[in-house]
Design a protein around this ligand. Structure first.
Ligand code: ACO
Length: 326
């Protein structure tokens, strides 16, 4: 049976760090509150004049370099992002062009924090079907471009970054083995951006009223995230008779350390089996999952079972079973 395996991972992290001490100067908050409530110490911020494509290109270039493949070998580029370079065309087109992936087609996927996992699933299916040979799946978000640095409830959480995975076909029983995804549009109330779309296009009024930023009712999102991320991971594991002992790593979306710990506890997974890097990058939306794979790559070995899980605005959520291939 033909499957899609991950053969390389790349990442891009902007150099500028925004620490909790920096945020203490911007809003009424404290290092203690941020650490205790979110587990975040610092995040990265991309400077003005650069967008999501800039980070996506660099992450993808690293993945290709590590695998020793030219960009012409790629036939599909999917960029997962809530902060595209432009409303249109798709960031993926710009990225493919800059990489020199002239044979590729591409598009963006927007499913808030679940964007990367949805994109990975679609790319894997494209490869399994035989239509695509090699795909780049890139999660890239410049969250600082849609964060209100006067709103203490959101500005402490988010950061900028990109991560990329290269997918190639395999006949072995490795790679993307299965996934389950869900969405529920009633969750829009609790997590959305009020203006900038076709309903409320940008205007002097929308800018004055600060409507072009992430709006979040954190407590509601928190509860849903813990329950749904654990439940869908459990469903996927049960479907395949997997227990906590079979899992090498749980790879959760990095939204809040408390959400990660609560979800892992529900799944009966000890801390050493959970990928965590939220302390250094915050919530980078579409980049959290590939960034986890990137940071833990040296600890992974062929045959390791990983459960990737996510929860985000929409609401959107899902889990994916990935068996490491190298
Ligand atoms: N510093 C100090 N106090 C703060 C801060 C801050 N940065 N932010 C909020 N507070 C205050 C609030 O005003 C509130 O004060 P009050 O009790 O006097 O009203 C108090 O702290 C508690 O507020 P809560 O919102 O209940 O705090 P909570 O413990 O829930 O933490 C947080 C807030 C971090 C946002 C949390 O709810 C969370 O992580 N939610 C989920 C986020 C998530 O998963 N998002 C999904 C992905 S994002 C995406 O898809 C784009």
């Amino acid at each position: 049976m033909r499957r899609a395996k991950v053969t390389a991972v790349g990442a891009y992290l902007p150099e500028r760090r925004l620490t909790n001490a920096d945020l203490e100067k911007l809003v009424d908050t404290s290092n203690e509150w941020i650490l205790e409530r979110t587990g975040i110490r610092e995040r990265r911020i991309l400077g003005r004049g650069k967008g999501s494509a800039y980070m996506a290109i660099r992450a993808a270039e690293e993945a290709l370099r590590k695998r020793g493949l030219p960009a012409e070998a790629i036939d599909l580029v999917i960029v997962a992002t809530v902060t595209p370079e432009y409303p249109f065309p798709a960031t993926a087109n710009l990225v493919a062009h800059a990489l020199g992936a002239h044979r590729a087609w591409g598009f963006d996927i927007e499913a808030a924090c679940s964007s990367f996992l949805y994109a990975l699933s679609i790319a894997a299916d494209s490869i399994s079907s035989g239509r695509v040979e090699r795909a780049l799946v890139i999660g890239s978000d410049k969250m600082s471009s849609i964060i209100d640095y006067r709103d203490r409830a959101t500005c402490v959480i988010f950061g900028d970054a990109a991560g990329a995975v290269l997918l190639e076909p395999t006949e072995e029983e490795v790679g993307v083995l299965d996934y389950l995804h869900r969405s529920d549009g009633s969750g829009c109330t609790y997590l959305h951006m009020k203006a900038g779309g076709s309903l409320l296009p940008p205007s002097v009024r929308t800018v004055r009223n600060r409507l072009h930023y992430v709006y979040q009712e954190g407590r509601q999102v928190f509860k849903q995230a813990v329950v749904q991320m654990a439940a869908i991971s459990e469903d996927l594991m049960k479907k395949h008779g997997l227990t906590a002992d079979d899992i090498a790593f749980f790879v959760p979306h990095q939204a809040n350390l408390r959400i990660i710990e609560a979800a892992a506890q529900r799944l009966g997974l000890p801390r050493e089996k959970v990928m965590i890097n939220i302390d250094r990058y915050g919530n980078t939306t579409s980049a959290t999952l590939p960034l986890c794979l990137y940071d833990y790559e040296s600890q992974l070995k062929k045959g390791d079972n990983l459960i990737l899980a996510t929860f985000g605005g929409g609401f959107t959520w899902g889990a994916l079973w990935l068996r490491w291939a190298y």
